[in-house]
Ligand binder design. Structure first.
Ligand code: UD1
Length: 362
């Protein structure tokens, strides 16, 4: 059985690693790893392969950056040749990035079966490019692996045959559980005892100059009470440079850092007093770790992190960010639990379905 995995952007790598590993343990499975090249900087891509023990990609499409149409169309035309050449039994796609939907579309047209890992998540906000990617990828997929029950409900509402849908849990948490001991071991000595950890990269936060300025101002204010560590995504760094926004104050303990490798970031998350983010995966990781998370968005495609976990949506409201940080510092952070099936075995369940499913279709 020939399985082809497609990864492209940073959050794909930690999702693919456990699935590749689980399928490696299955007999008669041959795997090919395709990197679209959507992310290409060493610290956005290569370092994750090294740390996660992912094999080097067999094929790199090297599409790089561009507008959504340019990036997606380049992946489509380059990936089609790969599928025609390899003739896989399954193509596995991850998450909601442009590489995910582009690969799924190629397969649907070539009648090659697609398995979508992290299916069914919905923010119900089509202004988010990822929401469009999620909706389309799920419509095109033959197997849909959901991390939580809300995913199954969304897919049912959209008319997707429930026989294709499998609630397997969260593969990102598989990776977290495996890597956490190493991440903690590698924590730097000089780390402040208490700190806030920040990531921001969504267009809705970083492509709006006035809003980005107000966010930086809030972070500077918070840093007077609590040091703030902020590994900066390349998109965000570009905007900060372009608009001349930076932390110029001498009394500021806001540290703008390079994007952190997986282990370093996981270690930092595990010890943070509070995490402020607009990432999807970090909402889940903080929920598993029991660390308070403030999400700078009006909505989330991961509602279970709010209903069950430690996540609080603070929207575009600087006052609410300040208040929630105060609440955490006062020892009144929202308590949370770990959602069902976020147990380190999601990828084993996926491998069992893919290999079993293929046998019945053969
Ligand atoms: C992409 C995903 C987003 C995910 C994020 C994680 C889509 C639509 N968005 O957003 O869901 O949360 O990855 O990081 O797929 N750049 C570099 N070096 C790189 C990669 C990007 O400098 O290695 C810069 C480029 O200027 C590029 C910009 O960052 O134009 C944005 O990159 P892109 O892949 O288009 O989207 P992300 O914002 O990274």
């Amino acid at each position: 059985m020939e399985i082809l995995h497609v990864v492209g952007a940073r959050p794909n790598f930690m999702k693919a690693a456990p699935v590749v590993r689980a399928l490696n343990a299955c007999e008669q499975v041959r795997q090919t790893l395709v990197h679209t090249g959507q992310h290409y900087d060493f610290n956005m891509s290569d370092v994750f392969f090294q740390e996660l023990g992912l094999p080097a990609p067999d094929i790199n499409l090297e599409v790089g950056s561009g507008s959504h149409a340019q990036q997606t169309s380049q992946i489509i035309s380059k990936f089609e040749a790969v599928v025609l050449d390899r003739k896989p039994d399954y193509v596995v796609v991850y998450g909601d990035v442009n590489s995910t939907v582009a690969a799924a579309l190629v397969c649907a047209k070539l009648m090659v079966r697609v398995a979508h890992v992290e299916a069914g998540l919905r923010s119900f906000d089509r202004a988010m490019p990822e929401e469009v990617n999620r909706l389309l990828t799920d419509q095109l997929s033959d197997l849909l692996f959901t991390p939580s029950e809300d995913g199954n409900d969304n897919l049912k509402r959209e008319g997707i045959d429930p026989a294709k849908v499998h609630l397997v849990g969260n593969v990102m948490i598989d990776t977290l559980i495996r890597m956490l001991p190493k991440a903690v071991e590698r924590l730097p000595q000089h780390l402040p005892k208490d700190y806030a950890l920040v990531t921001l990269h969504r267009p809705s936060n970083v492509d709006d100059m006035d809003w980005l300025k107000s966010l930086l101002k809030v972070l500077e204010d918070i840093s007077r009470e609590l040091p703030v560590l902020f590994p900066v995504h390349p998109r965000t760094r570009q905007r900060l440079v372009e608009w001349g926004i930076c932390s110029g104050r001498h009394d500021s303990a806001l540290q703008l850092l390079e994007p952190a490798p997986y282990l370093e970031f996981l270690g930092l998350q595990s010890r943070a007093r509070v995490v402020i983010t607009d990432s999807g995966g970090i909402q889940e990781e903080t929920t598993f770790l029991g660390v308070p998370c403030l999400t700078v968005r009006e909505n989330t495609e991961r509602p279970i992190t709010v209903s069950v976990g430690t996540n609080v949506l603070v929207g575009r409201d600087t006052q609410q960010i300040r208040q929630e940080v105060e609440r955490v510092l006062a020892g009144r952070a929202k308590p949370g639990k770990v959602p069902p099936l976020w147990d380190g075995h999601a990828a084993d369940r996926i491998a069992a379905v893919i290999t079993g499913h293929s046998a019945t279709l053969a």
